[in-house]
Design a protein around this ligand. Structure first.
Ligand code: SF4
Length: 439
């Protein structure tokens, strides 16, 4: 008889997609996916990108394992990046854990659950996955928007990053598999797809040749653009390396390609970018962002920035701060440096005091609040097309969705508008979102 399973996800969009793959594999084997309160099996899909992410996942596991005292049949497992990084060690730090599933084994979750139920636990499964092909989807789930993984792993070696270690070698899915998955999504009512990867614009650079001056990624975008039913295309996250004219040109040729680009820059100092091993310089990255705004003045630009990288001087930091003078960022993820053991940056002796890092973080947050509001206010008085994704938690008469630029928007509209793209007159703006009325 199937179990009632809840999957709790920490981390990035890739993790959310992997969680759905696990849920689909479990449903295919007769298990039910339920909220935590109804579950007798709990699986945490974990993240390792920062210490804080691992602490949260570990605390969550300990809380779940404690439920075993009340219900001896309750099973707890962990999957994802932290599982891959810590492996066996997790059975010591979280006594009572039933299984640990690495990043190459999401598709085997039902098999492992079966083995644990047969008394073969606790189980550890870390080995590499084979060729990177299809990943399951839950049936009967309505998705106005869907994330589609196109690569796994990362070919870069940024000195602070644990991803290449926990996500394995860089691999790209066969183009046919991706197009088939998106065609099926479109048939199911999906209007928008987000192509996912650690650095999506490097898709296929090992597997498929460039042709006519177009990278495999650009050729994939063109193919996705031809799929009927798909009205919007986004990708997450590109890298400045490999973001060339052929990709920039797509924004002029492919109208379904959305006017919103998230380009992680990480620092404004060339000295720090070299220490991070990012492979590009400040002007190279800024050049791409300026070009995007030139091609699309309404383009929403966002980035990732790390403050407090070991050895970062006040002068280095000011170069990061000055990025906000060069580019009006619509949004940014601002992180304080978090040493990841096993990475070169974690071994550096020149770490900065926590209060200095926190103060720099505050200064960037303040800059961001100004540019985000300024950018959002530009949309007041305009009509924007919003994909209605669902209902506001605060007011069921208000729908929530996002514009073509990727901006969150709340607006009054009939419930049947959910799942469609509708014109909205923008009447208000805050740092985080727009508000409006159906036009
Ligand atoms: S590009 Fe760098 S920061 Fe991004 S996932 Fe790869 S190694 Fe990590």
């Amino acid at each position: 008889m199937g179990r009632s399973v809840c999957v709790i996800t920490f981390g990035c969009q890739m993790n959310c997609r992997d969680s759905e793959e696990m849920e689909a594999a479990l449903e295919d084997c007769g298990h039910r996916i339920v909220p935590e309160g109804e579950a007798d099996v709990a699986i945490v899909n974990s993240c390792s990108v920062r210490e804080e992410a691992e602490r949260k996942a570990t605390n969550c596991l300990r809380r779940l394992v404690a439920k075993k005292r009340a219900n001896g049949d309750f099973l707890v497992g962990v999957a994802g990046c932290m599982a891959q990084r810590l492996g066996e060690e997790l059975f010591r730090s979280v006594p009572g854990l039933d299984f640990v599933l690495g990043t190459g084994n999401f598709h085997r979750v039902a098999e492992v659950l079966g083995q644990v139920e047969d008394g073969e636990g606790p189980l550890l499964l870390l080995e590499e996955r084979g060729p990177y092909g299809r990943s399951g989807r839950r049936r009967g789930v309505f998705r106005p928007l869907a994330h589609v993984s196109i690569t796994t792993g990362c070919p870069m070696r940024c000195s602070y990053c644990i991803v290449p270690k926990v996500r394995g070698p860089f691999r790209s899915r066969p183009m046919g598999d991706i197009l088939e998955e998106i065609a099926a999504l479109a048939a199911g009512g999906t209007k928008e797809v987000i192509l996912l990867g650690q650095i999506v614009n490097r898709y296929g650079f090992r597997e498929f040749p460039s042709s006519d001056g177009k990278s495999p990624f650009v050729r994939l975008l063109e193919k996705v653009h031809e799929i009927n039913g798909i009205e919007r295309i986004r990708f997450l996250s590109p890298h400045p390396c490999g973001f060339r004219e052929d990709l920039l040109n797509c924004f002029l040729r492919l109208p379904k390609l959305c006017h919103g680009v998230h380009l992680p820059i990480q620092s404004g100092s060339d000295r720090i970018l070299r220490a991070m091993g990012r492979g590009y310089g400040r002007e190279g990255a800024l050049g791409i962002l300026r070009r995007l705004r030139e091609i699309m003045p309404d383009c929403a630009l966002s980035t990732d920035l790390i403050v407090g990288f070991p050895g970062e001087t006040e002068e280095d930091f000011q170069k990061t701060e000055k990025l906000f003078d060069e580019i009006d960022f619509d949004m940014a993820y601002l992180f304080q440096f978090s040493p990841r053991s096993g990475t070169p940056a974690a071994e550096r002796p020149d770490r900065l005091p926590a209060d200095v890092v926190a103060e720099r973080h505050r200064r960037l947050l303040a800059r961001l609040a100004v540019t985000s509001l300024r950018r959002n206010e530009l949309f007041v008085g305009t009509v924007q097309f919003a994909l209605a994704e669902g209902f506001s938690r605060k007011d069921p008469a208000v729908l929530v969705g996002h514009t073509q630029q990727g901006k969150k928007i709340f607006f009054r509209a009939p419930p049947e508008a959910v799942g469609t793209i509708v014109p909205v007159s923008v009447t208000g703006a805050s740092v985080a979102a727009l508000t409006g009325e159906l036009a």
